[in-house]
Design a protein around this ligand. Structure first.
Ligand code: SAH
Length: 500
C-alpha cells in the first residue's frame, strides 16, 4: 500500500512557529525530506528510526534538482512510508510545494498540506514591522526577487504604483536592480526600506534605510541570503514594535554539551534570552537493566534510613523502577532523602517529596559534610547513581555507617553529531562552550579528538564550578570563566553579564 505525504510549513525559522498539526505529523513520520530553511531543531522531535533526507539548496549550487526532490518524495511514499516534506515558511509561498503536490497527484499518492507561517509575514513581525497597519498600509504584496529564473520581467510600472507594503523574497542578490527599478518607475526614493536576514532566528539582523540607500547599507553589512526585502512606511513602526532585537543574548553563540534529554530546559532558557544554541549532546544515558541489586534495595527499602541522590538521572531511574515494582510512596515516608543540589531536589519534589537535605555548596564535598553532621553509626544509606561516579562520597560516608551504592545507569559517548558540530563551529566567529560536569568535558574532548584544541581555543570555555574547572585544567586546557553560582542559572547570569 502507498504511504502518504504531508507537505508541512516549518515556519520562518524559530522552531516554535511550526503549527501544532505540523508538529504532530512530524512526530509520526517514517521519512522527513527537509531543506535549508527548515530549522534543524525541529528534527529533534522525530521518532526513533525515522529516515532524514536533506535536499537543501544553497542559492546557486543546487544539491538536488526539483525533479530529483519530487522523485525522492514519491519513491518514499510508494514504499508505504509516512513522508513529511518539511519546508521553510509556508509550503506554497515560493516554496515549489505546488509542484511537489502535483507530482504526487499525477502518480496517485495521497497528500495533505499543512500551511505554515510564511517569512513574508512572520519574519517582518519579529523585526517589529506589522505588514499592514491602519492608516499606513492597507495591502501587502509578496513578490519574487529571483528575477532571472522566473523567465519573465516583473511589471515595475505596476509595482512602483502600489501603496501597500512590498516584500521581496529571494531578492538580496538583485537588491540593486529592485530598488533602481522601483525608483525609475516613479516610487519615491525616500520610501522606507529594510532588509531582514535570518528572520525569527537568533541570528536575525535588520538593516534599515530607504529605497535610494538600502543597497549600499546592505552591502556594508554584508547581508547574505536568506533575507527579506521590505518596502513601505510600516517600517517606521519598528521603533516601537521591535520586541525581538532587545533580547540580551541575541547574536551570542553557545555550545551546550549535555545529555540530550536534560539539555532541553537549558536550551529553552538560552533561546528565550535570544541565544543561538548549538546543541552538542555528548553523553547518552542508559539505564542498567535488569538490575537485581536495585530491585532488592527497593523491595527492602525499609532497611534504609537515608537515600542519597547525586543526579537527576538517579532520581528518575530510581523512581521509575520503584513504581514498576508496585511500591507505594508511603513506604519511604520514614526515610531521610538528600539531594546533591537544587536541580536534583527539584526532580525529587516532582514525586511529592521535599528533600530533607540539600547542601548549600553544590558539589559532592558539600553533601558529605552536611550528611556527616546528621549521620550516626546505626544509619544505613542507599545511593542509587551512575556506574562511574566519584569514589569519595561512598568512601567518606562508609567511615560513618553502612553504605549501599547501587549502580543504576551508565553514561556513554554519543558520537553521532560530531562532524555536524565541527562544521558549524568552523563558520562561527566566536562562541561560548558551556561545561556542566567533568564527565561532559571528558566525553567532549574524547569525541572531538584532534579537533579539541582549535575548538576550545577559538571559543570561550565556561565551567559550572570548581570540580569541572579542575578537570578541564588537568587535561591541559584553560577556562574563560567559572560560574559564581554552581548551577545552570548561574551560567545564564554570567552570560547575560557578559553581553552587557
Ligand atoms: N516558503 C518560504 C519562502 C521560500 S523562498 C516562506 O514562506 O517563507 C526562500 C526565501 O524566503 C529566501 O530567499 C528569503 O527571501 C525568504 N526567507 C525564508 N525564511 C527566511 C528567514 N528566516 N529570514 C529571511 N528571509 C527568509
Amino acid at each position: 500500500m502507498n504511504g502518504k505525504v504531508y507537505l508541512i510549513g516549518a515556519g520562518p525559522g524559530d522552531p516554535g512557529l511550526i503549527t501544532l498539526k505540523g508538529y504532530e505529523y512530524l512526530k509520526i513520520a517514517d521519512v522527513v525530506v527537509y531543506d535549508r530553511l527548515a530549522n534543524p531543531r525541529l528534527l529533534e522531535n522525530i521518532k526513533e528510526g525515522c529516515k532524514l533526507i536533506y535536499v537543501g539548496k544553497a542559492s546557486k549550487e543546487h544539491t538536488k534538482t526539483q525533479d530529483e526532490i519530487n522523485e525522492i518524495i514519491f519513491q518514499e511514499a510508494k514504499k508505504g512510508n509516512i513522508v513529511v516534506r518539511l519546508k521553510g515558511g509556508d509550503p506554497y509561498v515560493f516554496g515549489r510545494g505546488g509542484e511537489e503536490a502535483e507530482y504526487l497527484y499525477d502518480r496517485g499518492i495521497d497528500f495533505e498540506v499543512v500551511p505554515g507561517v510564511t517569512s513574508a509575514i512572520g519574519g517582518l513581525a519579529y523585526a517589529g514591522i506589522p505588514i499592514t497597519h491602519r492608516g499606513i498600509s492597507t495591502s501587502f504584496h509578496v513578490i519574487t526577487g529571483h528575477l532571472k529564473d522566473e523567465g519573465q520581467e516583473l511589471n515595475w510600472n505596476a509595482l512602483a504604483g502600489l501603496d501597500g507594503t512590498m516584500v521581496f523574497l529571494m531578492g538580496v542578490s538583485n537588491l540593486e536592480d529592485i530598488s533602481a527599478n522601483l525608483i525609475k518607475h516613479g516610487k519615491d526614493k525616500e520610501t522606507p526600506a529594510a532588509i531582514i536576514n535570518w528572520a525569527t532566528t537568533n541570528q536575525q539582523r535588520v538593516v534599515e534605510g530607504n529605497l535610494s540607500n538600502i543597497y549600499e547599507k546592505a552591502l556594508e553589512e554584508d547581508i547574505q541570503p536568506p533575507s527579506l526585502i521590505v518596502i513601505g512606511d510600516v517600517i517606521n513602526l519598528r521603533e516601537k514594535l521591535n520586541f525581538y532585537d532587545n533580547k540580551p543574548l541575541l547574536g551570542t553563540n553557545i555550545v551546550v554539551t549535555r545529555e540530550k534529554r536534560y539539555a532541553k530546559e537549558t536550551v529553552r532558557k538560552l533561546e528565550e534570552l535570544g541565544g543561538n544554541v548549538i546543541s552538542f549532546p555528548t553523553i547518552k544515558i542508559e539505564e542498567i537493566t535488569p538490575n537485581k541489586k536495585l530491585d532488592e534495595s527497593i523491595i527492602n527499602i525499609d532497611r534504609y534510613s537515608h537515600i542519597v541522590f547525586t543526579s537527576v538521572n538517579g532520581v528518575e531511574i530510581f523512581f521509575k523502577r520503584f513504581f514498576e515494582l508496585e511500591k507505594d510512596i508511603r513506604s519511604i515516608s520514614g526515610i531521610k532523602i538528600s539531594a546533591v543540589g537544587p536541580k536534583t531536589a527539584a526532580v525529587i519534589k516532582k514525586y511529592g517529596i521535599n528533600a530533607d537535605l540539600v547542601p548549600k555548596e553544590f558539589v559532592g564535598e558539600g553533601l558529605v559534610e552536611e550528611l556527616k553532621k546528621v549521620l550516626s553509626k546505626e544509619d544505613r544509606i542507599l545511593i542509587p547513581r551512575a556506574e562511574i561516579a566519584r569514589k569519595e562520597l561512598v568512601d567518606e560516608l562508609s567511615k560513618v555507617c553502612l553504605v549501599d551504592e547501587v549502580k543504576i545507569y551508565r553514561t556513554s559517548k554519543s558520537i553521532e553529531s560530531r562532524n555536524e558540530i565541527i562544521n558549524s563551529l568552523k563558520d562561527l566567529e566566536s562562541y561560548y562552550l558551556i561545561f556542566t560536569s567533568s564527565s561532559t568535558f571528558i566525553n567532549f574532548i574524547e569525541i572531538l579528538d584532534q579537533d579539541t584544541r582549535w575548538v576550545l581555543d577559538k571559543g570561550k570555555v565556561i565551567s559550572i564550578g570548581p570540580i569541572t574547572t579542575k578537570t578541564i585544567e588537568e587535561k591541559g586546557y584553560s577556562i574563560y570563566k567559572q560560574s559564581e553560582i554552581y548551577t545552570i542559572d548561574g551560567i545564564l547570569e554570567l552570560l547575560i553579564k557578559e553581553s552587557r
